[in-house]
Design a protein around this ligand. Structure first.
Ligand code: FES
Ligand SMILES: [Fe+2]
Length: 419
C-alpha cells in the first residue's frame, strides 16, 4: 500500500480498475462496492483498521475492575477491558502466541485472562504476564535466552471517551476523538450522558446485506414515511415541531422535537393518535419525556457506529461486516441508572418497535435484503434527493445529504480517485 502511495497511485487505481467512480459529488455510487470481495478486504485495512473511531462499549458495561466486553471492529475481534489498575483498555482478542482467541465469552469479569490453547496469561491492559513451561521441563526445551514477555503482549488500540461512551481506534494517527466527532455530536452525547447510564439489555441481528447499505438506511430520512407506513396508519407517529440535520465530516446527527409543552416530565408524552387502524395494545408506544421535547436523536458515526435515542428506545449499535453480503448488528440498550420501574418498562416495550424484531427494523432489514439481492455488477445507485450538496444544519428531512456525506468520507478513507 505504501508503495502505491509513493508512486502517486492510489490503491483504487491499482486494484479496482474495474470499478470507476461515476460522480465527484457522490450522487452516483457504483454498486460493485456492495458485493466485491476485494473491496471488502480493503475496507478492513483502510477504514476499520484505519484512522477511524468506533463506538465500542458504554462505561456501565465495564464499570468494575476486571469487567470486559467482547465485540468486533470490522472483522477483527476486540475486547474492551477495565483492568486491575483501573485503566480502560482495548485489545485485539488474538493471542500473541499462535493466535487463539483469548477471551471466549461475550462479557464477564476476569482480571487476568488465560488463553485456552497453551495457557499464556495476560492482564486487562493486554500485557503478557505468564507463559506456561517458559523454562521447559527438567531443563529441557522451553523458550530461548532473550525471550521477553514484554515483547509479546496483545495488540492494543487507542481508547478515548465522550461522556460514558467509549471509543477505540487502531490508528495512532487518528485525530483526537472530540475533533473526529465534532462539537455538535459531542454535545449531544454529553447531554444524553448527563445522568449515569445503565444497561437495559442486549440484542444482535444478522442482516443479509452489505454493511454500507445498513449505514445508509440509518441516516436516510427519505424512506421513513414511505416504507414505515404503519407508523402513521396506527397513529403512532407524533408530529414534529421542528427537525434538524447536522453533518460533521462523514457523521450525521438527526434530531426532531415535539411541540413545546410545559410539562417537562410528561409521563404520557407519546399518546397514540387516531389512525386508520388501532393497536390492540397501545402500551407499546407509551413513553415519557427523558430529554425535554427532543423525541428523536440519531447519531450515525462514520464508519459503522450508531448512538440512537428514539423516544425512550435508546441504543448503541455496532455495525459489523461479516462478508460483502452479510452484516451483524450488535445492540446495547440503555437507560438511566436512577429511573423508575415505569420508565424502564416503557423502554423495554418500545424496543418492540425499534429492536431487531421490531415493526420498524424488520421492514428495514427486509428492504435491505431486497436491495442487496437485486445488485448486479456495473449497477449504480442514485442519490440526488435534496440536490447534490452536503449541507449541514438543515431544518428539514427532505434530502439525502447525510448519505452523500457518508460516501464522501468513504472515498477519502478508501483513497478513491474521483472523476
Ligand atoms: S495460542 Fe494462546 S497460548 Fe498458544
Ligand atoms: Fe427505516
Amino acid at each position: 500500500m505504501e508503495d502505491y502511495k509513493r508512486n502517486s497511485h492510489t490503491v483504487w487505481d491499482c486494484e479496482y480498475r474495474h470499478i470507476s467512480w461515476p460522480s465527484s459529488d457522490h450522487t452516483l455510487i457504483p454498486c460493485d462496492v456492495y458485493i466485491d470481495r476485494q473491496v471488502f478486504e480493503q475496507e478492513q485495512e483502510l477504514i476499520f483498521r484505519g484512522p477511524t473511531w468506533h463506538l465500542s462499549a458504554l462505561f456501565a458495561e465495564i464499570a468494575n475492575p476486571g469487567d470486559f466486553t467482547s465485540t468486533y471492529i470490522g472483522t477483527t475481534p476486540v475486547v474492551l477491558h477495565h483492568a486491575h489498575d483501573d485503566s480502560i483498555n482495548a485489545y485485539v482478542n488474538r493471542c500473541a502466541h499462535r493466535g487463539s482467541r483469548v477471551i471466549g465469552e461475550l462479557r464477564g469479569n476476569n482480571k487476568f485472562p488465560i488463553c485456552p490453547y497453551h495457557n499464556w496469561r495476560y492482564d486487562g491492559t493486554g500485557k503478557l504476564l505468564g507463559v506456561a513451561m517458559e523454562q521447559g521441563m527438567q531443563s529441557k526445551g522451553g523458550y530461548p535466552d532473550g525471550f521477553s514477555k514484554d515483547c509479546h503482549g496483545l495488540k492494543t488500540l487507542r481508547v478515548e471517551a465522550v461522556g460514558d461512551v467509549i471509543f477505540a481506534t487502531f490508528d495512532s494517527q487518528a485525530p483526537p476523538l472530540h475533533d473526529y466527532l465534532g462539537t455538535v455530536i459531542v454535545d449531544r452525547i454529553e447531554t444524553i450522558c448527563q445522568r449515569p447510564l445503565q444497561i437495559v439489555g442486549y440484542q444482535r441481528q444478522t442482516v443479509p446485506c452489505n454493511w454500507k447499505l445498513f449505514v445508509e438506511n440509518n441516516r436516510d430520512t427519505y424512506h421513513g414515511p414511505q416504507l414505515h407506513t404503519f407508523v402513521g396508519q396506527f397513529g403512532i407517529a407524533m408530529p414534529a415541531d421542528r427537525v434538524s440535520v447536522d453533518i460533521h465530516d462523514a457523521h450525521a446527527l438527526l434530531s426532531s422535537w415535539l411541540p413545546p409543552s410545559g410539562d417537562k416530565d410528561d409521563k404520557n408524552a407519546y399518546p397514540v393518535q387516531k389512525g386508520k387502524y388501532e393497536l390492540e395494545d397501545p402500551s407499546i408506544a407509551q413513553g415519557f419525556k427523558a430529554l425535554g421535547d427532543l423525541q428523536l436523536s440519531v447519531i450515525s458515526i462514520y464508519p459503522g457506529s450508531l448512538f440512537t435515542c428514539i423516544r425512550n428506545s435508546w441504543s448503541c449499535r455496532r455495525i459489523i461486516p461479516t462478508s460483502p453480503g452479510t452484516t451483524d448488528i450488535e445492540y446495547t440498550w440503555f437507560g438511566y441508572e436512577d429511573e423508575s420501574d415505569f420508565e424502564r418498562e416503557c423502554r423495554k416495550k418500545q424496543s418492540n418497535l425499534l429492536g431487531p424484531a421490531g415493526y420498524i427494523a424488520l421492514e428495514d432489514a427486509e428492504v435491505l435484503a431486497m436491495t442487496q439481492n437485486a445488485i448486479s455488477r456495473g449497477d449504480t445507485s442514485y442519490i440526488e434527493f435534496g440536490g447534490t450538496g452536503i449541507e449541514s444544519a438543515s431544518d428539514h428531512f427532505n434530502s439525502e445529504a447525510t448519505v452523500r456525506a457518508f460516501w464522501k468520507g468513504y472515498c477519502e478513507t478508501m483513497q478513491i480517485p474521483l472523476p
